[in-house]
Design a protein around this ligand. Structure first.
Ligand SMILES: [Zn+2]
Ligand SMILES: [Zn+2]
Length: 440
């Protein structure tokens, strides 16, 4: 186990992406760390040549920074001391279980993440005014996520039909049959089953492979990382599925652009893979839990690029106003159309008569459209937010938070607003510690 301490003052040092080295959380002095190119990948044809999953005994260690006893479970590779914030790296575990082939070092600081999440939350069309009401960042944790990354050459035989939609809903089908070859690179499958797939997919897709470099233990100082919990065999099966649908969409794109087909149906679609290779990559991300108006919102922030993904608050007032305005505009269009077509106002004896039935059906129609739009917005954007402090139903969040601050007897820690939880606050770089909750 390693603790990187400062030569000048003895304080704990953490990886700092901006300076490209370690930085002392106490006095701010930095030590640069060289970077090397990624170790590459491992070719294989036989799934048995894939590495197995490892885990170690749960250990109780004494923090070299403050002397406190800390529990580290068998999958932990790096963590922060919950008392003094010192970054502890179990580099031996990582080396014994199979050193990752490539790492994208963390570039964004915890303080920057707070700001990014607030800006992102406020940037949406229906976002509430975040200057008047405070968006509280309740929990923030930098974490390296393992990904099994596959590449392969694929030979595909396909047989089926491609169709063009004709007027009146008819489709004219034509047989398509052939073979094609594709090279598929960088199909990533999350190696940690606790992380929700869309959040993990976002982190992987938004990190360009150029950011990857060879593994060094210093990168993990101050972040959390865990050994993979998804076996490479399971990951390979998932990767093959993803590669197959990639091939299918490449083929369909070609058929669409060349011959205008837009419907596809296959009798057979056989893919044979060769030149298979894999590597284990670690990609940094922050998991952030915010509270706004009694609800919980969860974001992942790419630790390399600062891009944000997740749920965000929506102002129901703004959505309602937009829907009412939309309905009014729609009604106006309908009435104008009817009026110019001579259906709304007709000449009658001694003046004009308005067809109130048409007006009424216009009101009903635009009202229904507005209500549907309101409901769709509510379901799509507002509902994914969690209810008041209710994280119990979110297994993946519970796992992430539980690992980072294990609570006694498996009870889930509850938020206690406004309490700074850990003694020694300020010793490590601000914002890098798990924040503001304690075991209830
Ligand atoms: Zn120092
Ligand atoms: Zn400590």
């Amino acid at each position: 186990m390693k603790l990187y301490s400062c030569h000048a003052c003895g304080g704990a040092m953490e990886w700092n992406g901006e300076s490209g080295g370690l930085k002392c959380g106490n006095c701010g002095s930095t030590v640069s760390v060289g970077s090397t190119v990624s170790d590459g990948c491992h070719p294989y044809e036989d799934p048995r040549s894939l590495p197995g999953l490892r885990s170690f005994e749960e250990t109780v260690i004494r923090c070299p920074g403050c002397g406190a006893e800390i529990r580290a479970d068998g999958k932990t590779v790096s963590m922060s001391c919950p008392y003094c914030g010192a970054g502890l790296v179990f580099d031996g575990r990582q080396l014994q279980s199979g050193k990752p082939d490539a790492v994208a070092p963390l570039m964004i600081s915890g303080e920057k993440v707070r700001q990014l999440v607030k800006e992102w939350s406020g940037s949406h069309m229906f976002a509430p005014d975040l200057t008047s009401k405070y968006l509280e960042v309740k929990f923030i944790s930098p974490q390296y996520i393992p990904f099994w990354v596959f590449s392969a050459h694929a030979e595909t035989q396909y047989d089926g039909y491609a169709g063009k939609a004709r007027p009146k809903g008819r489709i004219s089908w034509h047989p398509v049959r052939g073979s094609r070859s594709d090279d598929l690179e960088n199909t990533g499958v999350p190696g940690d089953r606790n992380i929700k797939e869309d959040y993990a997919g976002f982190l992987f897709d938004s990190t360009s492979p150029e950011k990857l470099t060879a593994w060094r233990p210093e990168y993990f100082a101050g972040s959390y990382s865990f050994l993979p919990t998804v076996s490479p065999e399971d990951a390979e099966a998932k990767a093959k599925k993803a590669m197959k649908s990639e091939i299918m969409s490449r083929l369909e794109d070609e058929l669409r652009s060349r011959r205008g087909y837009n419907r596809f149906s296959y009798k057979s679609f056989e893919v044979t893979y060769s030149n298979k290779a894999w590597r284990l990559e670690l990609i940094p991300g922050y998991f952030v839990i915010c509270r706004y108006g009694g609800r919980i919102y969860v974001q992942a922030v790419n630790g390399v690029t600062g891009e944000v993904y997740g749920t965000y608050p929506v102002s129901i007032g703004k959505v309602t106003i937009a829907c009412v305005c939309g309905a009014a505009a729609l009604l106006l269009c309908l009435l104008l159309l009817d009026w110019s077509g001579g259906r709304l106002v007709t000449e009658a004896a001694g003046g004009y008569s308005v067809d109130w039935n048409r007006v009424w059906s216009g009101v009903m129609f635009s009202g229904a459209i507005a209500a549907a739009a309101w409901l769709v917005t509510f379901i799509r954007i507002r509902l994914p937010a969690r209810g008041k402090d209710d994280l119990k139903n979110d297994k993946w969040l519970r796992e992430i938070m539980g690992k980072i601050n294990p609570s006694p007897a498996g009870r889930f820690p509850k938020f206690i607003p406004g309490i700074a939880p850990f003694p020694g606050a300020g010793l490590s770089a601000a914002g890098l510690r798990p924040a503001v909750y304690s075991a209830a």
